[in-house]
Ligand binder design. Structure first.
Ligand code: SF4
Length: 404
């Protein structure tokens, strides 16, 4: 397929595909899926070999958020039966983080619900970062605390935060349909503050909220412009009790095409498979390892992930290897910052999700082989699989051991 040959060539040269090419990836047919995965896999292996970075989420503060992000089980008015608790003590957060590190996680992502931290919250998180780094010298720490105010990024950096996560989530055009309490521009500003303070920026998206192919390409191109070191790709987990509870729009094939498109647009960036992989990719998860070079280990913020042991087995069985602490995640030309951002968190779910306006438009076409439209897969009338969504009851904030 000429399209795929072109995209591989561009990916190996770190050259940006055209919008039409990115849209054409989303529009490929299921018959071409393995070719798409193989092509994007070449780009993945060029920049990251067969390494898989493991990341571990610690939800420092869960639920009771005053913001109204429609996809989020922690939002204002959410009826989802999630755990709700206020700030974990530094020693408890450190203990939770240690479980992830023991399971092979190289990065710990400290997430807190809320619009953004107060200066007192920054004090607490700084103490938590110090506690974690005292116990686990080599671990990378990413903070994910929402919108930052002036000076807060610098304080986190000084406290030892290696990275900051804040997701764009969806295109600028559709952003107002998922959240009314803050803007897309607010989110861009926070990512830029993190970068300016010298932290590795992590920013990604949520797919499956009813967005069009154009929206998906828009947000990924916007992320490429922002140039984060890592891009988490969440697939909406339609929590009962949130406005997007009925949005079961994804098939495993669609999810793989989205990941391939992200890899082609961000060839040398840490692409992280984040919340929703278990419920949407299901038995196709191993194929996604050919596209992403990073996943979360264990549970998400408010939902249960696959068992850590199952993830480690999957990685080994698929012929990949867990990235060790002594290895730099990013290719040499990008590796001047410690790692590659977080990615599942707070203001960009890792375990929650649901949300947006419906607008599944037909995909593009300009590129030759763009066949069978994807819009048919989106909203294809899949039955809701609410049995697949399990609220997290273990780990941080509970007396039960985590699922790392
Ligand atoms: S995504 Fe973040 S800001 Fe939005 S409702 Fe959830 S916790 Fe609050």
């Amino acid at each position: 397929m000429d399209l795929l040959n072109t995209l591989v060539d561009k990916g190996l040269r770190r050259e940006l595909p055209s919008r039409e090419e990115a849209l054409a990836v989303l529009a490929t047919s299921d018959d071409d899926l393995l070719d798409v995965v193989a092509a994007a896999g070449k780009v993945r292996r060029k920049w990251f070999g067969r390494r898989v970075k493991l990341n571990y989420l610690v939800n420092l503060k869960s639920g009771l958020c005053p913001e109204d992000c429609s996809y989020c089980s922690q939002r204002l008015g959410s009826k989802a039966e999630i755990l709700k608790y206020t700030w974990l003590k530094p020693e408890d957060a450190s203990k939770a983080a240690a479980a992830g590190v023991a399971g092979g996680a190289k990065r710990v992502c400290l997430v807190a619900s809320g619009r953004g931290p107060t200066d007192r919250d920054i004090d607490r998180v700084s103490k938590t970062i110090e506690a974690i780094k005292e116990q686990n010298e080599d671990v990378e720490v990413c903070a994910c605390l929402g919108l930052l105010s002036a000076g807060q990024a610098e304080r986190l950096r000084e406290a030892g935060a290696d990275a900051y996560n804040h997701n764009l989530n969806t295109s600028e055009a559709t952003y107002g349909g998922i959240t009314t309490t803050h803007t897309y521009a607010d989110r861009v500003d926070t990512v830029q503050q993190a970068q300016a303070a010298g932290m590795s920026a992590c920013s990604g998206l949520i797919a499956g909220m009813g967005e069009s192919d154009e929206d998906l390409v828009d947000v990924v191109f916007s992320l490429r412009d922002l140039d984060p070191d890592s891009v988490p790709v969440n697939f909406l987990i339609p929590f009962e009790g949130t406005p997007l509870a009925k949005e079961w729009n994804l098939t495993p094939q669609r999810a793989l095409r989205i990941l391939a498109m992200v890899r082609f647009v961000c060839p040398d960036v840490e692409v992280r498979l984040a919340g929703g992989r278990e419920v949407h990719l299901r038995s196709m998860q191993p194929l996604a390892l050919h596209l992403v070079n990073s996943i979360f280990l264990g549970d998400y913020l408010t939902s249960e992930g696959q068992e850590g042991k199952a993830d480690l087995d999957m990685i080994a069985d698929a012929g990949f290897e867990v990235e060790g602490a002594g290895t730099t995640t990013l290719p040499a030309h990008r590796a001047d910052v410690a790692g590659a951002g977080c990615g599942g968190g707070s203001c960009g779910p890792c375990g929650d999700d649901s949300a947006v306006p419906a607008a599944a438009e037909a995909p593009v076409a300009a590129v030759a082989e763009a066949e069978a439209p994807v819009a048919e897969a989106v909203g294809a009338g899949q039955d809701a699989r609410t049995d697949l969504v399990a609220v997290r009851r273990r780990g941080a904030g509970t007396d039960l051991p985590p699922n790392a």
